[in-house]
Design a binder for this molecule. Structure first.
Ligand code: AP5
Ligand code: MG
Length: 219
């Protein structure tokens, strides 16, 4: 089984994926996390990636395909995986279909629906642990000690460079233009569940689990 989480920046894809990992014991593949880790290593090509990501722009198609292909070919993905941030274009969705067909994995797509105004304030308050990637929020998901990761208390939480209103506008535009067609594509093939991504994090998690389990029972 492959669970795909789709939603605008700040929809809660990473937050929900981390909870689903615990529930379904599948690996979490976040293309954003993979590229953020890559960009920490200085080199000319990586500097380019860092610039694109900080500007809120999508990364080159070929590179994204290579990285995803390599990651999902690993042993831990044999029984499936949870995708967060991929696919976000029709080309990427076509690639995923061809890979999952050959592996005979069923693809379940969850769209987290969150209005732009909510996304804006969520990203303003987002903080991350630079070690484990745990996601916090200064108003909706506070760490035990302000500015410190619960799991790595000596480490200060950080902000993502692209989490500001100007870059958010660029990211939302790409989402509208490039990812909305992906949503329609999955809708037409009956694989999409649209969920309200606002409200309590655990209630949203329960709804995702209910949907996934209902699909597994029906297959
Ligand atoms: P990526 O990392 O995928 O960023 P994104 O899609 O913009 O999504 P975010 O990570 O910002 O939001 P999220 O939905 O994960 O929300 P979160 O759970 O953190 O991609 C980054 C960049 O990498 C791209 O811009 C591009 O450059 C590149 N890239 C990645 N994939 C690519 C691809 N396929 N093709 C090309 N380029 C690619 O939650 C947000 C905040 O809200 C947190 O503070 C959280 O605590 C809080 N929160 C979550 N849920 C709730 C809730 N229910 N109520 C209240 N607060 C909540
Ligand atoms: Mg994320």
């Amino acid at each position: 089984m492959v669970i795909v989480l789709i939603g605008p920046p700040g929809a809660g894809k990473g937050t929900q994926a981390r909870l689903l990992v615990q529930h379904f014991a599948l690996p979490h593949i976040s293309t954003g996390d993979i590229f953020r880790a890559t960009t920490e290593v200085p080199s000319k090509a990586r500097e380019e990636l860092r610039k694109l990501m900080s500007a809120g722009k999508l990364l080159p198609h070929k590179l994204v395909m290579q990285v995803v292909h390599e990651r999902i070919s690993r042993q831990d993905c044999t029984n499936g995986y949870i995708l967060d941030g991929f696919p976000r274009t029709l080309e990427q969705a076509a690639m995923l279909d061809s890979l999952t067909r050959s592996e005979r994995h069923k693809v379940l797509v969850i769209q987290l629906d969150v209005p732009d105004s909510v996304v804006n304030s969520r990203l303003e308050g987002r903080q991350l642990c630079p070690i484990c990637g745990e996601i916090y929020n200064t108003s909706s998901k506070l760490p035990d000690r302000p500015g410190r990761c619960d799991l790595h208390p000596t480490i200060s939480l950080i902000k993502r460079q692209e989490d500001n209103p100007d870059k958010l506008r660029i990211r939302l535009l790409d989402y509208e233009n490039l990812t909305t067609p992906v949503i329609h594509y999955y809708q037409q093939s009956g694989r999409l569940e649209r969920l309200d991504g606002t409200g309590d994090i655990n209630i949203i998690h329960d709804k995702i689990v209910d949907f996934v389990e209902s699909q597994l029972c029906g297959s």
